[in-house]
Design a protein around this ligand. Structure first.
Ligand SMILES: Nc1nc2c(c(=O)[nH]1)N[C@H]1C(S)=C(S)[C@@H](COP(=O)(O)O)O[C@H]1N2
Ligand SMILES: [Mo]
Length: 512
């Protein structure tokens, strides 16, 4: 009897392992085919992107809060764990009833096929990776099942067990090899990266003066006034970064316009370029958070492009659309007033990094990124707020997103502080309005004015600092800003959803 039980448990384990191996080789095959025919149709990526688009916004907020910019790695890990569970189950089902498990795995491949085909920007072979994954999964599972001993009460012979292990490990290893080759193939098709690095950006008509030395206090731990591209926060829904060839890129301006306008890359490069420092901020940035960065952007004013198309006076919004379907709703005044909303092609002197929207994106001072900063932008639809709804608005975020007045303590960041004379320093911002002052208090003491560094412009954040003599004990440091319009930063706390976090940043330190 005990022999029979071990045997049955053993064969169930083998069935689960067969399911897993079949899934690994199927994913490997699908990813390899995708890497060759259409990287964006990768089965894992399309299912992940589908989940991102379907996820309720609280789940996304939680993912950003938990993992920040690592939210995508967390998602892929999650998918891998779920897939492993389903695959093991499929193996067990297949052992119970031939065909059942194969249907489960095949259905997953079919799902990847369908999702790859219906996503925006799907190419002519978007269906292929999912189909290959489905077929490979079914064949591999059926094959492996033959080597599993499903007969109860008969102890599996060691040779049979060895044979199974060999087969199943071989199949899984083939899958891993396919994944690696796929990764290498994807790397080799990095031609867009080559195109990008060979690009020479045009000169702006009026280069901005170099950032004043007095704009950056150079305090250790304080954010730099201009954020290097490699350190710039990245937030988007793109699991696979769109790789647009500038030669194929076009921007279409349509909707409530007198005439549709379409411009390509060469024409864009021939237009007058402006440059300006603009601080970009994410609406998901919590009080004290770092989903914010400042860069020197080079681009052509959106205002000029809209003027070419001739905007209907009834329009009050531009719905900008990315090649991957993401949309943002910007109030039309923000794109047409004197603030120089840019169709940007350069970031800190380089072409836009691919993950920051290469070859072109929008940058609008004063608006959160989700309502303005569309990356990989290919369309501007002139419309009205009562006619069209953007990606995050359908998920419960505010349709309009002016940036709120905020200030942040960078130094000290909390924890232990040595006693004696030191400095408290941080950043403050309210893009397009500007910051007039920052005040700091320690332990409910009096508010003391901090010294503002030189601001680059009202469209950027500004550094501030204040001396402090740290005395032994625990202390709470708070800061608050006053905008250039005279408004004070509210003490009323609010979560990021639906229109941006607010409240005072507070840091706890222990001196001693
Ligand atoms: N195509 C596309 N553009 C997008 C997004 C996106 O998900 N897809 N996210 C927006 C959001 S929410 C923000 S905060 C900014 C972030 O820009 P960055 O990644 O260059 O910092 O991009 C905006 N542009
Ligand atoms: Mo954002």
């Amino acid at each position: 009897m005990s022999h029979a039980l071990t045997s049955r448990r053993g064969s169930r384990l083998r069935a689960a392992a067969a399911g897993l191996s079949a899934a690994v080789v199927a994913v490997g095959a699908g990813e390899l085919v995708a890497a060759v025919v259409e990287p964006a149709a990768s089965p894992v990526a399309v299912i992940g992107s589908g989940l991102i688009d379907l996820a309720p916004s609280w789940a996304k907020d939680a993912a950003i809060a938990l993992f920040g910019t690592g939210d995508k790695i967390a998602l892929i890990t999650g998918i891998a764990i779920v897939l492993a569970g389903v695959a093991a189950l499929a193996g067990i089902l297949e052992a119970r009833r031939a065909g059942l498990g194969a249907v489960v795995l095949g259905a997953l491949g079919a799902l990847a096929l369908v999702v790859a085909m219906i996503r925006p920007g799907a190419g002519p072979f978007a269906w292929l990776p999912g189909l290959i994954a489905a077929v490979v999964a079914v064949v591999a599972l059926r094959l492996l099942m033959r080597t599993v001993q499903p007969i109860p009460y008969v102890r599996t012979e060691p040779e049979e067990r060895r044979r199974f292990l060999l087969w199943s490990a071989g199949v899984a290893a083939t899958g891993v090899a396919a994944l690696i080759i796929g990764g290498v193939a994807r790397g080799a098709t990095r031609s867009i990266e080559a195109v990008r690095s060979a690009l020479r950006l045009p000169q702006p008509i009026r280069p901005v003066p170099p950032v004043a030395a007095a704009a950056d206090l150079g305090i250790r731990g304080l954010a730099r006034i201009v954020t290097p591209n490699a350190e710039f926060y990245r937030i988007d829904t793109a699991l696979v970064v769109p790789r647009l060839d500038p030669a194929d890129w076009r921007l279409r301006i349509h909707g409530m316009v007198e005439r549709e306008v379409e411009i390509g890359w060469d024409e864009l490069l021939s237009l007058p370029m402006r440059e300006s420092h603009v601080t970009l901020a994410c609406v998901s940035n919590p009080v004290g958070g770092d989903l914010i960065g400042n860069a020197l952007w080079l681009g052509h004013p959106v205002r000029e492009l809209l003027a070419r198309a001739g905007v209907d006076p009834d329009a009050d919004m531009v719905l900008s659309r990315s090649v991957d379907g993401f949309t943002a709703s910007s109030p039309i005044e923000a794109l047409t007033d004197d603030r120089d909303a840019l169709l940007a092609i350069g970031m800190n002197g380089d072409p836009l990094p691919i993950e920051h929207g290469f070859p072109a994106r929008l940058v609008v001072p004063g608006l959160y990124g989700y309502v303005s900063a569309t990356k990989w932008v290919t369309e501007l639809e002139v419309t009205r707020f009562d006619r069209a709804t953007a990606y995050w608005t359908t998920r419960g975020w505010s349709a309009r997103g002016p940036i709120k007045l905020q200030s942040r303590i960078d130094v000290p960041r909390g924890g232990a502080v040595a006693p004696g004379d030191t400095v408290i320093a941080g950043m403050a911002w309210q893009q397009h309005v500007g910051v007039e002052g920052v005040e700091v208090r320690v332990d409910d003491g009096p508010w003391r004015p901090a010294a503002l560094a030189t601001a680059i412009s009202a469209d950027t954040w500004v550094q501030w600092s204040i001396p402090w003599t740290a005395e032994a004990g625990s202390h709470t440091i708070e800061c608050r800003a006053v905008g250039a319009d005279g408004e004070s930063q509210t003490s009323e706390p609010a979560a990021p959803a639906p229109d941006g976090a607010q409240g005072w940043h507070r840091v706890q330190v222990t001196v001693g």
